[in-house]
Design a protein around this ligand. Structure first.
Ligand code: R5P
Length: 310
């Protein structure tokens, strides 16, 4: 088995290699003067089971192209099997034709990855589970819930905790965490009037006096999260903490979170944390390296991946 990485998240790729007790494969991924991507794999991969770790996070288009070109380079170098390990799968939010004349970008990206030559995909907390079906190659969608629930148990007193979904679409994910923690569930009924804006309407469930744990897959602008936190506090919650898998945190999101009433935002390292994230007083990052490393190990050994979540 060999593991290579693009430039999106080398820290996570190194941590995964550390878990697997393997050196990170040698590859050059750099730019020509005009910013085209230049890739050169610097070790033999003939007949190897190759894993390429690359999140399609900001700058999304560059990181996606790096992934596609790395797959192409490794396919042309006669690897036996190529798995695209995409801890954060970008372009997932246009996953259906939500209005007339709109694309299904998630399907287009799935086609590109398959066409480039990937044999398998390994990803984590897809925005929508059905995106797995956009790939006609085996696709494993891991869940961060076991890592998140372990962290909750280590850091919070569960007696007074209520798990909250920040919108109706996230109820399945929130229910999974509530079940693991044996806690009650509430829902924030969010209405988004315009793209990029979010508006909180209603809290379904009695959160009075509760320590609320918001759970979501993505925090991008931070709007959904901060508005949900405000709504919960207005409805009598004692405190609000958030557990969110993918810290996209674009633009002024970090400032929004640090100046919000959130006690803590816990994210994972599927997207490499910026220095602003690292120095934020109420943002903490937990690692997915052992979960992804173990899934890679099991894929390579042809063992069950789903049993990781039993
Ligand atoms: C929406 O369906 C997602 O699960 C997230 O709630 C959303 O992408 C978060 O975006 P933002 O932080 O910009 O409100």
């Amino acid at each position: 088995m060999k593991v290579f990485a693009g430039n999106s998240n080398r820290l996570l790729a190194e941590a995964i290699c550390n878990y697997l007790n393997l050196p990170l494969g040698k590859a050059t991924v750099r730019r020509f003067a005009d910013q085209e991507i230049f890739v050169e794999i610097q070790e033999n991969v003939r007949g190897e089971d190759v894993f390429i770790v690359q999140s399609t996070s900001f700058p999304t288009n560059d990181h996606l192209m790096e992934l596609l070109i790395m797959i192409d380079a490794i396919r042309r170098s006669s690897a036996r099997r190529i798995t695209a390990v995409i801890p954060y799968f970008g372009y997932a939010r246009q996953d259906r034709k939500a209005g007339p004349r709109t694309p299904i970008s998630a399907k287009l990206v799935a086609n590109l990855i398959t066409e480039a030559g990937a044999d398998r995909v390994l990803t984590l907390d897809l925005h929508a589970g059905q995106i797995q079906g956009f790939f006609d190659i085996p696709t494993d969608n891991l869940y961060a819930v076991p890592i998140l629930s372990r962290d909750v148990k280590e850091n919070y007193d569960l007696k007074n905790v209520m798990v909250v979904s920040p919108d109706v679409g996230g109820v399945v994910r929130a229910r999974a965490l509530a079940k693991r923690l044996d806690c009650q569930l509430a829902i924030v009924d969010k209405r988004r009037e315009r793209a990029g804006e979010s508006e909180v309407m209603n809290v379904i469930g009695d959160v009075t006096g509760k320590d609320c744990l918001l759970i979501d897959d993505i925090v991008d602008s931070g709007g959904t999260l901060c508005n949900a936190a405000e709504a919960l506090l207005k409805n009598g919650a004692t405190s609000v903490t958030a557990y969110i898998t993918h810290g996209v945190l674009s633009g002024g999101a970090v400032a929004r979170v640090t100046s919000s009433k959130l006690k803590e935002l816990v994210i994972t390292d599927t997207i490499q944390p910026t220095t602003a994230v690292q120095s934020a007083h109420n943002i903490r990052v937990i690692s997915t390296s052992s979960l992804i490393g173990e899934a890679i190990n099991r894929t390579s050994q042809e063992e069950s991946v789903s049993s990781l979540f039993d």
